[in-house]
Ligand binder design. Structure first.
Ligand SMILES: Cc1ncc(COP(=O)(O)O)c(C=O)c1O
Length: 377
């Protein structure tokens, strides 16, 4: 008998669990017909805020838009520097570049894969020397693990700039007792389907304790609307979370805590069964990960060959990211930290993400570990 196929992210397993509830929720929205900013959006924002610990939750059309709206609300533009880790997805730097600001790339820590505060400080000095005004820093919680916000906030405070957390991958994680929604002046998250809290399309949100900023974002996401639809106070965008997606997310949020716990158990088990095979990710004191991805380092051997062997053995993997962002053609001309980004460059050649989702059973995990052991040897 052939073995059952392994999913990289098994959304079907989650759907089987929630099927009846999600279908009923979608049917309710189709029934009431308020597809734009319907009651489910307000209800989801209320529950999202409560879950994340943030006083204000403002949903929008994607995680990328959440970052853009955050920088727009801060008034970010030309002549200003926005510091971004080099080892991340394009969206983290996109908003700054689109608004005419200058993304400045910072190296990452070898252990956490997140922005290295020791690379941030000289990058800020260098940016100032070249005439840029530091405006914001965007720490990215890569693979679900929060960046070192206290150390980054100290550098940000010295430079009088705002911290905008890119929590696209980390919703559900905690940093020193704080939920990710409370890290940074604003935190942006994504509900892309494969994210820990994913919808059935695109979606995103901004979380903040700052009521004034939240109110600006609420205006910006509807064309800069003021008192009513045809009172236009600022140049905005069209970026709302669909009511249908909010309805789906309400059902998923109800089981989210359980799913995060399951991810944590699975990650701990991966750590045990892969000991001595590859470098496994660690979480340090007082930090928990949402385990959006489980990413190992292939330090001895050719990562791409290992991935190819795993594929042959029926184990899907992914490489996030094969090239760091400051090396990508679109971003290569933007400034970087004066010492360069040697860690980001090295990680791009070694990272390998294994199947990870809350419904990964122990038997499948053992198959993955066994295939990885063979692929490495
Ligand atoms: C680190 C990071 N930032 C931003 C985004 C953008 O989110 P979205 O795809 O919802 O626009 C993503 C995910 O795609 C991401 O992984």
């Amino acid at each position: 008998m052939s073995e059952k196929p392994i999913a990289f992210v098994d959304l079907a397993a989650q759907r089987r669990r929630l099927e009846g509830r999600i279908e009923a929720a979608v049917k309710r929205v189709i029934g009431h017909g308020r597809f734009i900013m319907g009651p489910e959006v307000a209800e989801f924002e209320r529950r999202l805020g409560a879950y994340s610990g943030a006083a204000q939750a403002v949903t929008c059309a994607s995680g990328t838009d959440a970052l853009t709206l955050a920088l727009m609300a801060l008034g970010c533009g030309a002549g200003e520097a926005v510091f971004v880790p080099g080892f991340t997805f394009a969206a983290s730097a996109e908003a700054a570049a689109l608004l005419g600001a200058t993304p400045v790339f910072v190296d990452v820590e070898a252990e956490s894969f997140n922005m290295d505060p020791a690379s941030l400080a000289p990058a800020v000095e260098e940016a100032k020397r070249t005439g840029l005004r530091p405006k914001a820093v965007i720490p990215v919680d890569l693979f679900g693990r929060p960046a070192d916000y206290d150390a980054i906030a100290a550098v940000a405070e010295d430079a009088a700039m705002s911290v905008v957390a890119d929590a696209a991958q980390s919703f559900g994680a905690r940093y020193r007792g704080r939920a990710v929604g409370t890290l940074g002046r604003l935190a942006a998250t994504s509900f892309f389907p494969s994210k820990p809290l994913g919808c059935y399309g695109d979606g995103g949100a901004l979380l903040t304790d700052d009521a004034d900023l939240a109110s600006i974002v609420r205006s910006l996401r509807v064309h800069g609307m003021g008192e009513h639809k045809y009172d236009t106070r600022r140049i905005g965008v069209n970026s709302r979370l669909d009511t249908l997606q909010a309805a789906v997310l309400l059902e998923k949020l109800a089981v989210f805590d359980e799913e995060i716990k399951a991810r944590q158990t699975i990650a701990a088990r991966y750590g045990e069964v892969l000991k001595g095979v590859v470098r496994t990710p660690s979480v340090v004191n007082e930090v928990t990960s949402a385990w959006a991805c489980y990413t190992v380092l292939v330090e001895n051997g050719d990562r791409d060959q290992v991935a190819a062997r795993l594929k042959e053995a029926g184990v899907p993997t992914a490489v996030y990211y094969p090239k760091s962002l400051h090396r990508q053609p679109a971003y290569a001309d933007f400034p970087a930290a004066p010492e360069g980004l040697p860690v980001a460059d090295r990680l791009a050649g070694q990272v390998l993400s294994l199947p990870m989702h809350p419904y990964l059973d122990a038997e499948t995990q053992d198959r993955i570990a066994q295939a990885l052991r063979q692929a490495i040897s």
